[in-house]
Design a protein. Structure first.
Length: 267
């Protein structure tokens, strides 16, 4: 968490500017908070203004960064160019109105203490802090362990999902085999039923033919019987004629078609 350095600075020109101590290469680790005031007390920054922090480094190069503000408080996070060069850095908080006019400035000095290790110095690998390296190794190992556990958990989930899929596939295969068997049985039954129907049709045709033949034979028998009866009647009539005086005679009753004995009435 960044450290906040709070200072009160006057926007009216006066005396020696405030001195704020920082270390070289500080960046993002410090927040400067300024309470602005003038001869009337706290200075409230007009709405719509632009507030910046400007400065010139000992190497005669400058910087300018935007600030945030609320009421009389101006806040800015220390940026890299503000502490890039060791030494005293004259700075100012500048307030610019919405019309571009300068409403006021508040001066201060950043006293940048030289870093014990310059940024352009090559660091010997044998002199790197062993504790720092060990800490990095521990963090790397912990990270690898977390990744391994995550991978194991994902592998277990994948294995479970694969087992479930295999079980579902087996169930589907069994269901397909059952359906295939049922279809085969239905096909066999249908073929059997078709054969039985064909046989029944053939038997029906045979019975129909036999019935027709029987009807024909019965008709022939009926015709033959009638012919025989007529012939017998004719023979009986002739016999009666021949007998003449015979009192009784044998013949076919024309009403019933049966043999009968007739009484011959004498004249």
């Amino acid at each position: 968490m960044a450290q906040t350095i709070t200072e009160q600075i006057n926007i009216s020109p006066h005396g020696i500017p405030k001195i704020i101590h920082l270390s070289q290469y500080d960046k993002g680790s410090r927040v400067l908070s300024f309470e602005l005031y003038d001869e009337n007390g706290a200075y409230s920054i007009p709405s719509g203004s632009t507030v910046t922090i400007r400065g010139t480094k000992p190497d005669h190069t400058g910087f300018e960064y935007s600030c945030t503000y609320s009421g009389s408080t101006v806040t800015v996070t220390v940026q890299d160019q503000m502490t890039a060069v060791a030494g005293n850095v004259p700075c100012e908080v500048r307030i610019t109105g919405s019309d571009g006019s300068i409403l006021g400035t508040a001066n201060f000095t950043l006293a940048v203490e030289r870093s014990a290790l310059a940024s352009d110095v090559t660091v010997s690998k044998t002199e790197l802090p062993l504790v720092e390296k060990a800490g990095q190794n521990v963090q790397e190992i912990e990270s690898l362990l977390r990744q391994t556990k995550t991978s194991e958990a994902n592998a277990a989930k994948s294995a479970t999902a694969a087992a479930t899929s295999a079980s579902n596939a087996k169930t589907s295969e069994n269901a397909a085999k059952s359906s295939q068997t049922a279809a085969k049985t239905s096909e066999t039954n249908a073929a059997t039923s078709a054969g039985n129907a064909k046989a029944s049709e053939s038997n029906a045709k045979t019975s129909q033919t036999e019935a027709a033949n029987s009807a024909i034979a019965a008709k022939e028998s009926e015709t033959n019987a009638a012919s025989s009866a007529a012939s017998a009647l004719d023979s009986a009539t002739k016999a009666a004629g021949y007998a003449g005086a015979a009192e009784y005679s044998l013949g076919i009753n024309p009403k019933t078609g049966h043999m009968a004995i007739f009484y011959n009435k004498q004249s």
